[in-house]
Design a protein around this ligand. Structure first.
Ligand SMILES: Cc1cc2nc3c(=O)[nH]c(=O)nc-3n(C[C@H](O)[C@H](O)[C@H](O)COP(=O)(O)OP(=O)(O)OC[C@H]3O[C@@H](n4cnc5c(N)ncnc54)[C@H](O)[C@@H]3O)c2cc1C
Length: 396
């Protein structure tokens, strides 16, 4: 296994870093680039954030892996991964739902009408999407989703509710999974739709999570959409959702924030004294730090194995699950360790002037709790490793 990036990939990383340095000079940079405070900039909708996304589009960073006929440059998915790593390092918004999930699914399965209408807008960063998958009774077991889509004239009538939907409060379009055949086996009666987020009958209400990441409850009450906005074949939605998840495995788990947090932790330890003693001289802190350095390096190798597997033409499902399982738990260990080191001061919120490192650690402690849940919980990652990696049978 080659752990290093190719010369061209390294050149691309440098190019993105130069682009980000340029962006950091702009007056509204703080609005879009917030190192290790990724929740604010990535998940709010501000003019600066939309401007930043349009700049990425102008540089050709959106749709790099798309076919040329749809305005892409047919680069390997590694470039999208590398781009996201650099964006995540500085807390800038990642490329994701539009380019990865919606765009790639439309390219493979969408009608000409949907391709013509959506692909240029996605590539030019003109529209934002929210993913409407989870429901109160369907998260890990997503195929149990119940939101109804019933035929009505030339279109479909939607009734039901979704939960935990990120970006639904500012998205323009909803990528919605709905049950179109209640009689069929649960994986076989689901279809995918594109629904305008501001359609009559849609109500969005906020759910603020522990880590300040706003998600939403979305209620659909007799929302009507023309059949033209059905994506792909009827009742094949589950296949498209699973396929899109495979595309996304490349881009949804950036490693760089972990590395950046370790660096900041190290900086704090190196520059702080307590009761006249440097923290670097405290044996327990030295042990903890050495352990974390080794574990972050392990996480990096897991991340490289995802890239390597994909670069060989594979779908790195098991590697990505191992990486997600390990890095998200490590992020929590890192936050826990820092809370132990800081003692009571670690509990101070950013609104307190005395909060260490402007409250970063208190926030990190809360927000890292979400990482082992979103995009598939740790238990689900273990199930994937057990079943697909080790070939173990289902237990229920
Ligand atoms: C920050 C954040 C953002 C999100 N954004 C979106 C979004 O934009 N759109 C969207 O549709 N959803 C979104 N989600 C929802 C997310 O996908 C679900 O929360 C996740 O899939 C878990 O589902 P659940 O919350 O229903 O928990 P459940 O599935 O009810 O799980 C509860 C517990 O049971 C465990 N469990 C469940 N099944 C098994 C099993 N088979 N074996 C062992 N243990 C099991 C789980 O690991 C967990 O510990 C988001 C979630 C978070 C935290």
């Amino acid at each position: 296994m080659d752990f290093d990036f190719s010369a061209d990939e390294k050149r691309f990383i440098e190019e993105v870093r130069a682009f980000l340095r340029e962006q950091a000079l702009l007056p509204d940079a703080a609005d879009v680039m917030a190192p290790n405070r990724d929740s604010d900039s990535m998940l709010s909708d501000t003019p600066a954030r939309r401007r930043f996304n349009r700049e990425m589009a102008k540089r050709g960073y959106l749709g790099m892996s798309w076919p040329k006929e749809y305005g892409g440059s047919e680069k390997s998915g590694i470039y999208e991964y590398l781009l996201n790593e650099e964006l995540a390092r500085v807390g800038a918004p990642l490329i994701g739902k539009g380019i990865g999930i919606v765009g790639k699914t439309l390219i493979r399965h969408g009608s000409d009408k949907l391709k013509t209408e959506f692909l240029p807008k996605i590539r030019n960063a003109e529209i934002e999407f929210a993913l409407g998958y989870s429901e109160p009774g369907a998260g890990s077991d997503l195929a149990s989703l119940k939101l109804k889509a019933e035929r009505s004239g030339e279109g479909w009538l939607f009734n039901g509710q979704k939960i935990w939907n990120t970006s639904a409060h500012f998205a323009d379009w909803y990528w919605l999974a709905a049950r179109t055949d209640p009689q069929a086996a649960k994986h076989k009666g689901i279809s995918l739709f594109l629904v305008p987020m501001h359609e009559k009958g849609i109500t969005v209400s906020a759910i603020h999570t522990l880590g300040e990441h706003r998600t939403n409850h979305v209620f659909l009450d007799n929302v009507w959409v023309h059949d033209d906005y059905r994506v792909g074949e009827l009742n094949k939605g589950w296949t498209y959702i699973s396929e899109a998840l495979d595309f996304e495995r490349f881009t949804i788990y950036p490693f760089s924030p972990l590395e950046a947090k370790l660096e900041q932790m190290w900086k704090h330890i190196k520059t702080t004294q307590r009761n006249g003693q440097r923290l670097t001289a405290v044996p327990e802190i030295r042990r903890q730090m050495a352990r974390l350095v080794a574990q972050v390096e392990t996480a990096k190798m897991l991340q490289r194995s995802v890239i390597f597997s994909a670069s060989q033409g594979g779908v790195p499902t098991v590697e990505a699950s191992m990486c997600k399982l390990y890095t998200t738990a490590l992020s929590q260990r890192l936050a826990n360790t820092m809370m132990d080191i800081l003692g009571a001061d670690g509990l101070l919120h950013k609104s307190w002037p005395d909060a260490p490192d402007a409250g970063k650690w208190e926030w990190l402690y809360r927000s890292s709790a979400l990482e082992t849940i979103g995009a598939g919980t740790s238990e689900i990652q273990k199930n994937i490793i057990a079943r697909r990696g080790l070939g173990l049978p289902l237990t229920n």
